[in-house]
Design a protein around this ligand. Structure first.
Ligand SMILES: O=C(O)CCC(=O)C(=O)O
Length: 163
């Protein structure tokens, strides 16, 4: 395992999140470009510089925030909801340095392959329904990560703490 990468395979009851996620994404704008997730929603703080304060997250996400393996302070918490329809992916990237250690990713729905790369070295992990993947240290700052095209509908809920 890459230093700074942690995987908690069965950490949350993800079945509870399918309905609220489906409802939230019901009217979302969708991308046709499959190199990116099909739709994105954000709460708490935006992702790009300068960070902007966004709407508060609903109660079910608050309950989930409290169950995370690592704390994510409410006043600094930025939540991204990603929807991937079949064939959608996310290209290799390193998360913005506007956020601290411990990027925490909750997976809901179809299992996805997350691929890490550093130079010629690559490593793949499987993100299953109900898992939490935590990226910090070397895995966060040196290795890129990507999501390979998913076989069926998948959601991820990403918790980041702004600096
Ligand atoms: O969907 C995922 O598991 C990863 C999402 C991700 O890499 C991102 O939002 O930057």
């Amino acid at each position: 395992m890459i230093p700074g990468l942690e995987l908690f395979p069965n950490h949350v009851s993800a079945d509870h999140y399918v309905f609220p996620l489906t409802k939230l994404f019901g009217r979302a704008e969708r991308r046709a470009d499959k190199t990116n997730r099909s739709a994105v929603l954000r709460f708490g703080w935006s992702y790009e510089f300068p960070l902007k304060k966004l709407d508060a997250w609903p109660q079910w996400l608050e309950t989930l925030r409290e169950k995370l393996p690592h704390p994510c302070a409410a006043e600094h918490c930025a939540i991204t909801l990603n929807e991937y329809r079949p064939g959608h992916a996310i290209t290799p990237h390193i998360d913005s340095e506007l956020f601290r250690e411990n990027i925490q990713i909750v997976s809901v729905g179809a299992a996805a392959e997350m691929k890490f790369a550093l130079g010629d070295a690559t490593e793949e992990i499987k993100l299953v329904h109900g898992s939490v993947c935590v990226i910090s240290g070397e895995a966060r700052h040196k290795w890129t990560h990507e999501i390979l095209p998913v076989p069926a509908l998948r959601y991820s809920i990403v918790f980041r703490e702004r600096t």
